[in-house]
Design a protein around this ligand. Structure first.
Ligand SMILES: Nc1nc2c(ncn2[C@@H]2O[C@H](COP(=O)(O)OP(=O)(O)OP(=O)(O)O)[C@@H](O)[C@H]2O)c(=O)[nH]1
Ligand SMILES: [Mg+2]
Length: 395
């Protein structure tokens, strides 16, 4: 939703909108919603529901709820900007205290604006305080000569930082498999949304489609790709090439096999790959046999036995096995035990500072002063060069 606020905001946005009924947004009562079309010049670009609120101070607040995705919203923002409307970045909406917060708090607030689930948002709010407390504790440990505790904590917190990326950006699961195995249907079910185009014509999906979803409050993105099959059609060859490109970007690979059809050569090769130690996806693969509501082709039994803890049998239609699959995906991604736990480093800057602190502590002759400085830097970004090494001391 785009919100336009200001004196005569209604009049300002009226040129963008058309509706069946004559519409003067300035006069529109506050308890009405109106269906409009948004125009870029003569070109309609989206439908929108529009409401106008009139504040006591003579300002108007126009809410424009659009139908389309981020690109449409971006286009509307550009149009508004072109009309002289000032675009406010989310960060500017943070409270006035933002500038005076310490750096951990500021970074947390910035990430909070992008949190994809409620769970992640509440985790972020708590994690900043936990981190600050732990950093202070580590500084105190070093000052008291207990370098081991500080080192141990740093090693521990640094080893968790990859998990933070999954929590913030979401786990990326790419669905691959032969055409018509039910990848799009399954991606919809997993994301608990209806979005991708599904049909019984093999080769329906021609490009990859992202379905944002969540498993137990952890964001997941399910990436539906074009079915992998031999084709001489250029568009389809390109789609398959792009599917392979998506595999490279994924955290997990979910292979979908049609249980009701005879296994194909590609299915058999995939089974061989599952336990191939040399493969970079080892431990990050989940295989499912979809369409369990149909009679099973006997040849699959032996293949399934070769894939341990695979994901098993599911039906995107009946829902059989879907809960098990969702839990398995969370487990394989390493986020199933996430309960908010202890402190974590939430930005690259924090990770870098902790790495420097750790390396200062693990030198042949540990540099405690340097370590404390980097730990303090995690909490408060300061310009090191401007600080005199000998003037400040530890505190
Ligand atoms: N019986 C049954 N049919 C299913 C199931 N899942 C998908 N289908 C059907 O299988 C057909 C293919 O499904 P899609 O989801 O389009 O398959 P796809 O793998 O995305 O196909 P491409 O995009 O062509 O590669 C559709 O007719 C679906 O309704 C299932 O669990 N059971
Ligand atoms: Mg598809």
């Amino acid at each position: 939703m785009v919100q336009v606020i200001g004196l005569r905001a209604g009049a300002a946005v009226t040129p963008l909108l058309k509706s069946k009924r004559f519409m003067d947004l300035e006069q529109m009562p506050g308890d009405e919603l109106r269906l409009c079309q948004i125009f870029d010049g003569d070109q309609p670009i989206d439908d929108a529901l529009v409401a106008v609120r009139h504040t006591g101070g003579g300002e108007q607040i126009v809410d424009i709820s659009m139908h389309g995705g981020p690109r449409i919203v971006q286009r509307v923002l550009l149009l508004l900007k072109g009309m002289g409307i000032n675009i406010v970045e989310p960060i500017e909406l943070l409270s006035e205290g933002y500038q005076t917060c310490d750096t951990i708090e500021q970074e947390m607030l910035e990430l909070l604006l992008r949190a994809k689930t409620r769970n992640v948002a509440s985790w972020l709010i708590k994690v900043a305080d936990k981190l600050r407390i732990q950093i202070k504790q580590s500084i105190q440990n070093i000052q008291e000569g207990d370098m081991d505790s500080a080192r141990r904590w740093l090693v521990d917190v640094l080893s968790n930082s990859e998990k933070v990326r999954l929590l913030l950006e979401g786990v990326r699961v790419v669905l691959i498999g032969e055409a018509n195995t039910g990848k799009s249907t399954l991606a919809n079910v997993l994301a608990e949304r209806e979005r991708a185009v599904v049909s019984d014509v093999p080769g329906t999906t021609r490009d990859w489609v992202e379905h944002p979803g969540a498993i137990n409050g952890i964001p997941f993105t399910f990436v539906d790709t074009a079915g992998i099959r031999e084709s001489t059609e250029p568009i389809e060859i390109e789609a398959v090439r792009r599917a392979h490109g998506q595999i490279e970007l994924a955290d997990l690979m979910l292979r979908v096999i049609d249980i009701s059809m005879p296994p194909t050569m590609a299915d058999r090769i995939a089974i061989e790959e599952f336990n191939n130690e040399g493969d970079k996806f080892i431990g990050r693969r989940v295989y499912v046999w979809n369409k369990s509501d149909r009679p099973m082709h006997a040849d699959h039994k032996i293949l399934m036995e070769r894939v341990t803890d695979s994901g098993g049998v599911v039906s995107a239609h009946s829902g059989e096995g879907i809960d098990h699959l969702r839990n398995l995906l969370a487990r394989v991604a390493g986020v199933s035990d996430f309960s908010g736990g202890g402190p974590m480093l939430i930005t690259g800057r924090q990770v870098e500072a902790c790495e420097k602190a750790l390396s200062a502590l693990t030198k042949a002759e540990p540099d405690n002063y340097e370590a404390v400085r980097w730990l303090k830097f995690v909490v408060h970004k300061v310009d090191f060069k401007a600080e005199d090494r000998h003037s400040g001391g530890y505190n």
